[in-house]
Write a protein that binds this ligand. Structure first.
Ligand SMILES: Nc1nc2c(ncn2[C@@H]2O[C@H](COP(=O)(O)OP(=O)(O)OP(=O)(O)O)[C@@H](O)[C@H]2O)c(=O)[nH]1
Ligand SMILES: [Mg+2]
Length: 178
């Protein structure tokens, strides 16, 4: 698909602040620092559109991006950032959970995992939640550039088996170009 325009629309902490029109949305979910915002920039080919950082917990609100004036990407806060204060941790997951559970415009969830690591307990919980609620989703494994071909193949097999993913559900993301 040709991207003709991509723009940041807004940040939202609570449902009342989500965009009110009926455009379809694709959400990016996963552990803090896994590369959600980088993947958005890479797919849209706009450097710095979604803010990235080497410090986990950069994306704290839901961030909406309008693409081709037709649909949106939604960058969700990451989970599993151990050093966040408890109150913020609870709020992060609440913002993301509300969105996943309530958003009617959500047509696809892209679940991002780090190709270097075994999926965490929270990764599995999210996956099971998506399956249970019959939410269409894909798995993308990032940071593949940090592994040798051998390690990558091994780890991708492990991720596929942990998630019982079929071939067409699992994608591998290369170096962060943006
Ligand atoms: N080598 C490599 N680094 C990556 C890749 N994707 C992301 N990164 C780096 O990983 C760090 C985190 O990336 P982000 O895109 O900010 O991660 P995030 O999931 O949005 O993080 P939060 O917003 O904190 O939840 C940054 O330093 C990125 O440059 C990748 O494919 N390869
Ligand atoms: Mg982010």
């Amino acid at each position: 698909m040709k991207i003709t325009s991509a723009e940041f629309i807004k940040s939202a902490f609570k449902p009342a602040d989500w965009p009110h029109d009926n455009l379809k949305e694709i959400a990016f979910l996963g552990r803090s620092n896994v590369g959600k915002s980088s993947l958005i920039n890479s797919l849209l080919r706009v450097r710095g559109l979604a803010r990235t950082s080497s410090t986990p917990g950069r994306t704290q609100s839901l961030n909406f991006f309008l693409i081709n004036q037709q649909f949106r990407f939604v960058d969700l806060p990451g989970y599993g950032y151990a050093r966040a204060p408890k109150s913020i941790k609870a709020e992060w997951s609440k913002a993301a959970e509300d969105f996943l559970a309530q958003r009617e415009q959500l047509v696809l969830s892209i679940h991002i995992v780090d190709s270097r690591h075994e999926p965490s307990k929270q990764d599995l919980q999210l996956h099971e939640w998506l399956l249970h609620h019959q939410k269409p989703h894909l798995i993308v494994a990032t940071k593949s550039d940090k592994l040798s071909n051998n390690e990558l193949r091994k780890n991708i097999n492990r991720i596929a088996s942990v998630f019982s993913a079929r071939d067409f559900d699992l994608f591998i993301d290369g170096p962060a170009r943006m």
